[in-house]
Structures are given as structure tokens and as C-alpha cells.
Design a protein around this ligand. Structure first.
Ligand code: AVJ
Length: 374
């Protein structure tokens, strides 16, 4: 157990976060929350304005996928994860369910000079951490208890994660960190005499270009010691002749029959209307999905159905912005990269991780790879 007071000394140098404490009455388990002083929410309007201005004046037009995740968008994403076509979430969960014991045993094996000890789990972009429970429960089975450090930009998601885990999995101490691991350094708490298992699951790495993905993993690696581990979840590329995974399976996952992914994509425009007072008419755009074999990625776009002009009023970032769209022109809103075992290994190696072992579902849709920091 880690007493509340001890949490403060684990805060990274120069950390701008203030600590608040969440005690569970009866108090055997404790969770701590590191939150930004004014709340990250206060800074987002400025970030949204900057992102919109940069992306919509670029050629071709782009908007960054983090804009999807306002309250409505986060809810739509949760719905996506339950769609029949969106196999990613349930397939990864299935891999955890089938192999948790082996995954945790492998992760606990000491490599390199780092002394053996209990594992601490840190999760990048944890969200509500629904899949992580399987791994946490297994970790508790194997080592008696565990400290779990979810990192996410959403304080509400982390609160939900904490509540779920504390009520359902005895033996877990949760220490939340509200932070954007893509833009800030990862606020990794290193506990004495433990080794770190970093979780980067859910195919989140797929949102980055190869260069960006390498950067994110290098940034993570810089905070780990040799012998620490990383568990990386990646969606797999269609595997051509005779393979289980076809392009059609992939396209359907991003263009579902119920239109939930279309709503998720279009919600970005609604968000710009709300946050920035823009005047997008979502009826004038459509959800468009492309599989690019050369880039090995799914692209999501919003296609302008007509020639039109949209205005974003003046804000703290700059004067009023008129954005012109030709009919058929698109805003590129997301990349979702798909991997092969070889490209996963190469990516890991480029960030000084060595792939240790990999697990796939029986249909070879998705891969979970354990790697060791070298
Ligand atoms: C959260 C980035 C893993 O790329 O599959 C789902 C986001 N976009 N449907 C993905 C997403 C459209 C998702 N990730």
C-alpha cells in the first residue's frame, strides 16, 4: 500500500499539477488525482482555435483527431467500440482474456540489469480503462497487489476508470494523471523497487504517422529503464491472398451501417460551431473513408458536397477566418495505421524497444505485442 502522503514525493520535477485526493471510505485502497490547476478544459478552446486555423488554412485541409473527443464525441466513440463492424475493441479484449496470464508472466520476467520486483502498470490514454481490468485482475493474482497509473486528458474518464477499478478489483491502487502524453512529457511516477509495464493499447498508436509514432514511443522510452516493458496494441493490415482479414472488413469498421462513425466524424464540425462559433452546416458534408495500401492506413475525411464558404469569427488566436471549400474537397480528419508483425517490430526497434512476444486473435485481425526497453 502506498499512503496518500507518499504520492507527493513521486510527482515529477517541475510538475504543474496540484494533487487532490480521493479516499474511499473505509479506506484500504486509495487513489490520487493529479490535475491541472485550472483544469485542462480551460485551455482547450485556445487549442481548438489554433488547430482549426492551422488545419483549415492548410492544403489539403486537415483537422486533428483529438478534436473528436468532446463529450458527444467520446460517447459516440464508446458506441463505436460496440458496433458489430468495429472488431478492434472486442478483439483486443479477447486477446487479453485468452492470454492475460501469459502476458503478465512474460512482462514480469526480468531482462537486463534491472532488479526483479513487482510490476507497476501505467497506461497511456487510458480513457475509462474498460479493457485494462482483465490485466489488472491477473496482475493482482500473480503478485498480490498492483499500482495502476492511468494517464488521460479526460478527468471524467479517469474518474470513471478509478471508480470501476476500485469497486471491482481489490488489490489495485489507482493514481490518476490528467495529462496529454502526446504534447507534454509523460508524467511517469517511478515507484521504488518496482518495474514498469507501460500499456499503450486500443490501436491508439495508429493515429500517428510513422514518424509521430516513433516520437511517441521514444518519449515513453526516455522515461523507462532498461528491462521495463511495453504492451502495444495494434490493428493489423489486410493480409491479401487467402488471409482472414480483407479490405472490406477494414472499411466496414470505419463506415458502419448504423452511421455511428459518420456521426463521430461529422461531430468535429459541430464542435467547431460550439467552441468557436463557426457556421458549418453538417448537411453539406459527408463521411468518407479510404483505405490507402501504400500508406497502410485508413483515412477518414469530411467531404464538402457543394462549393461553400464557412466562417470562424475572430478569436484570441486571430481575426475572422473565411474558409472556402470546392465541391468534392475534403478535410482529412484521421489516419488509422494498420501494421504487420514486421512493421510493429521495426517501429519498436526504432524507439529502443525489443519485441519479446506477440499474441493475435484466431482470425489475425489484431495484435498485442510485448516489448522490452533495451
Ligand atoms: C481510438 C484511434 C483506435 O483508429 O480505430 C474509431 C478511432 N476512428 N473509428 C481507430 C476511430 C473511427 C480509433 N482509435
Amino acid at each position: 500500500m502506498h499512503p496518500i502522503g507518499a504520492a507527493v514525493e513521486f510527482l515529477p520535477e517541475g510538475c504543474i499539477f496540484r494533487l487532490t485526493q480521493n479516499c474511499i471510505p473505509g479506506g484500504i485502497r486509495v487513489s490520487t488525482f493529479a490535475v491541472a490547476p485550472e483544469g485542462i478544459a480551460n485551455r482547450t478552446n485556445e487549442s481548438v482555435a489554433r488547430e482549426a486555423r492551422g488545419g483549415l488554412t492548410a492544403t489539403p485541409k486537415t483537422l486533428s483527431p483529438w478534436l473528436f473527443y468532446d463529450q458527444v464525441g467520446s460517447h459516440l466513440f464508446e458506441e463505436i467500440t460496440e458496433l458489430p463492424e468495429y472488431y478492434l475493441t472486442r478483439t483486443e479484449r479477447g486477446i487479453f482474456a485468452a492470454h492475460a496470464e501469459e502476458i503478465l508472466r512474460e512482462a514480469a520476467i526480468a531482462h537486463g540489469p534491472h532488479p526483479p520486483g513487482k510490476l507497476t502498470l501505467i497506461e497511456l490514454g487510458a480513457g475509462t480503462a474498460t479493457k485494462t481490468g482483465i490485466l489488472l485482475a491477473e496482475a493482482v493474482r500473480q503478485q498480490g497487489d498492483i499500482v495502476y497509473q492511468p494517464v488521460d486528458v479526460s478527468e471524467t474518464a479517469l474518474a470513471e476508470a478509478t471508480e470501476n477499478i476500485l469497486t471491482n478489483i481489490p488489490g489495485v491502487t489507482v493514481r490518476c494523471q490528467v495529462a496529454d502524453y502526446t504534447r507534454e512529457g509523460l508524467p511517469l511516477d517511478r515507484l521504488r523497487n518496482t518495474r514498469t509495464l507501460a500499456l499503450y493499447i486500443g490501436s491508439s498508436i495508429g493515429n500517428f504517422t510513422p514518424a509521430g509514432a516513433k516520437e511517441v514511443l521514444r518519449n515513453l522510452r526516455a522515461q523507462l529503464l532498461p528491462g521495463d516493458k511495453l504492451l502495444l496494441g495494434t490493428d493489423l493490415a489486410p493480409n491479401g491472398n487467402g488471409g482472414h482479414k480483407t479490405e472490406a472488413i477494414l472499411l466496414a469498421a470505419y463506415d458502419d451501417a448504423a452511421g455511428t462513425t459518420a456521426a463521430f466524424n461529422l461531430n468535429v464540425l459541430t464542435r467547431l460551431n460550439r467552441d468557436l462559433g463557426a457556421n458549418f452546416d453538417t448537411e453539406n458534408f459527408r463521411h468518407k473513408v479510404i483505405w490507402s495500401p501504400s500508406e497502410s492506413r485508413i483515412e477518414m475525411h469530411l467531404e464538402s458536397l457543394v462549393a461553400q464558404r464557412v466562417t470562424i469569427p475572430a478569436n484570441g488566436i486571430g481575426g475572422a477566418l473565411k474558409v472556402r471549400f470546392a465541391a468534392g474537397e475534403t478535410i482529412h480528419t484521421e489516419n488509422s495505421y494498420k501494421f504487420t508483425p514486421a512493421t510493429v517490430e521495426a517501429l519498436l526497434a526504432s524507439a529502443d524497444f525489443s519485441a519479446t512476444k506477440s499474441w493475435q486473435d484466431p482470425r489475425h485481425l489484431f495484435a498485442v505485442t510485448l516489448a522490452t526497453a533495451v
